[in-house]
Ligand binder design. Structure first.
Ligand code: FNR
Length: 356
């Protein structure tokens, strides 16, 4: 496999078509889904020459978590639909690559087991973060937070773009409504009853809940899905430690801008006070370089990890991460940049408008 796009085609060959569509799909007309990749394609890179350089150091520290590369695994649900080893395989591959994995609350493996798998991938410790949808049942939300803390997660990523579930027509067409028998969202197991609860996406969650969470845990809090620059400012005032600029890979409100289009405004709004991570449509090392040049501290990838997992489990995820790492390294060299801090907005230009 030469690049991430080839993984998607190969994954489709082995996956149940309904599951492949569940992974690939977006909301509504999938305008935002397509926009994420198209927006990267419309940005051009402008290299500098004769600047020396040398071996690239791609390591970053994000909210205290040390990573070997500025590429995170964004939280995605149901890895066991892609491969029988599911999140365990993803976690081992992430740990071996030194990449931060954000475990989804909707994982088909418990966060404790994911953490244990990450430790086998990298005995010195592999950074694991936990993604949370705040549940209206705050007692249960607190149970989830404690589980993530006990598993050794180093940050909580609170997804705030889901006051309701996105409308996925592919899933409706395919009749994909639930996990097959034998699989469930292990993190949703309620110790009070032994039952597995459904994930509630509630329109009643407010900034009050963010304050509550801030008081409930000392873990760094990252808000995922803030798109409006004014909300980025509000997030700062509520003591949030980082933003994951994301439109949920085009799976929530269709018609919102591509994340990389919003990046300069969000970076300006936080005034360098907290890191901004971006996900959505990152498929090439050149995309990573574009996002970092425009001020992202790191990027996340969602679907490509699922394709790698489907194709070859742990090895497939490892290959996806290695391809991106290699491409980023090569891109920095060709840009005449000696390391991540050397990337600046001056390395990126918009393409001329069509017809201009
Ligand atoms: C997601 N995403 C997601 N986000 C989240 O906060 N919690 C979740 O459980 C999920 N689940 C999920 C499942 C699937 C199949 C996909 C494709 C995505 C969104 C994810 O974290 C991320 O924002 C996008 O996937 C990034 O876009 P790309 O890289 O897929 O283009």
């Amino acid at each position: 496999m030469l690049n991430l796009r080839e993984f998607e085609a190969a994954a489709r060959a082995v996956l149940d078509p309904a599951h492949a569509d569940y992974f690939a799909g977006g909301a509504g007309d999938e305008l935002t889904l397509r926009a994420n990749e198209e927006a990267f394609a419309r940005l051009r890179l402008l290299p500098r020459v004769l600047r020396g350089g040398g071996k690239q150091d791609l390591a970053v520290t994000l909210l205290g978590s040390r990573a070997a590369l500025p590429i995170l695994i964004s939280p995605t649900a149901f890895h066991k639909l892609a491969h029988p080893e599911g999140e365990l395989a993803t976690a081992r591959a992430a740990a071996a690559a030194g990449a931060i994995m954000i475990a989804s609350m909707a994982a088909t493996t418990s966060v404790g087991d994911i953490a244990a798998a990450a430790r086998t991938g990298a005995p010195d410790g592999a950074p694991l973060w936990f993604q949370l949808y705040i549940q209206p049942d705050l007692e249960f939300t607190e149970i989830l937070v404690r589980r993530a803390e006990e598993a050794g997660c180093e940050a909580l990523v609170v997804t705030v773009d889901s006051p309701a579930r996105g409308a996925h027509e592919r899933d409706r067409r395919n009749g994909f409504t639930d996990l097959p028998d034998g699989l469930c969202c292990e993190n949703l197991r309620d110790p009070r009853t032994g039952r597995v609860l459904p994930i509630v996406m509630s329109p009643e969650i407010t900034w009050w809940h963010v304050d509550w969470l801030r008081r409930t845990t000392s873990l760094p809090l990252v808000l995922k899905g803030v798109l409006h620059p004014e909300d980025a400012g509000i997030a700062l005032r509520h003591g949030v430690d980082g933003l994951l600029l994301s439109n949920h890979g085009g799976r929530q409100l269709d018609g919102v801008p591509a994340t990389v289009e919003l990046l300069p405004e969000i970076v300006a709004a936080v005034e360098g006070r907290i890191p901004v991570i971006l996900d959505g449509g990152v498929r090439r090392g050149t995309d990573v370089a574009k996002a970092l040049a425009l001020g992202a501290a790191a990027v996340g990838v969602g679907r490509p990890v699922l394709w790698g997992l489907a194709v070859d489990g742990e090895r497939g995820v490892g290959q996806v991460l290695e391809l991106l790492r290699e491409e980023l390294d090569h891109t920095l060299t060709l840009l005449g940049v000696g390391g991540l801090p050397g990337l600046t907005p001056g390395h990126v230009r918009p393409a001329p408008a069509a017809g201009a």
